[in-house]
Design a protein around this ligand. Sequence first.
Ligand code: SAM
Length: 268
Amino acid sequence: MTSLDKKTRGRTSHGRLRALDVYLVHQERELLVRSEGDWARAAFVDVGFGEHPWTTLDSAEAFRALHPGLPVVGVELEAPRVETAQAHADALTSFRQGGFDLPLVPGERVRLIRAMNLLRGYRPEDVPGIHQTLGAPLLEGGLLVEGSTDTPGAVLVAHLLRRVPEGLSREALLFHTDFSRGFAPVLFRDWLPRDFRRRVKPGEPIHTFFADWTAAWQEAREAGHGEPPEAFRHSVLRLASRVEGLVTDVWLLDNGYLLWKPPGGVFR
Ligand SMILES: C[S@@+](CC[C@H](N)C(=O)[O-])C[C@H]1O[C@@H](n2cnc3c(N)ncnc32)[C@H](O)[C@@H]1O
């Protein structure tokens, strides 16, 4: 355990991170299938899998549909949870005790690291350091995903951080909803990643973003787009004329994803 690691509740469920799996399979296919040189055996590492490794196993199945030989490593701070998970270990899937300083074996390479729903109890000011520690083993071009969802996984917000030659780039923020809770931009506020959760306040860039999105959503509704998926799509299209870096691919908008890549990276 490093000085940053903290004990946390382990609640999780099958399918909770399915929307993230779907996003990664669609948008990060290259990352998941790369197999030249160091990438040949590069793993997906799921940090903080919880009381049961359901989300790790869900993702292993989703990603192996593209890359059948993908090594998957589940990491947990709590030894009894690691012990329980061993029932699901196999030649390509391992479960190890450890924290942000990932328990990799010598020579092991990493393409993707996911840390979902584990920073709620951590201090926001520690998050940048946690990102750096977690992202350190990534191959260049590799991705760290860190964020939160509600309990069923109907609402999700995550940081996407990319390993680039200069270090770890704060590439994007990803928002997703499956519309089962309706739609309004405020839906995402309580599920923001730890470093932004309490910062939706005047003067903060994340507050400006939500104010702009809410105005765009109200305009979309006034223009007759009242159903949640339509209100979402039209709000994002309107928002894109005010905010730089919104990715408005049809697939993203049709499936409830807002991907924001602010020029110069996501603000701190
Ligand atoms: C709420 S569960 C989330 C499970 C799963 N990732 C999900 O999204 O459903 C959080 C888990 O993260 C673990 N955890 C917290 N801090 C950790 C750390 N620094 N390293 C590894 N695991 C950690 C906790 O022990 C807990 O089991």
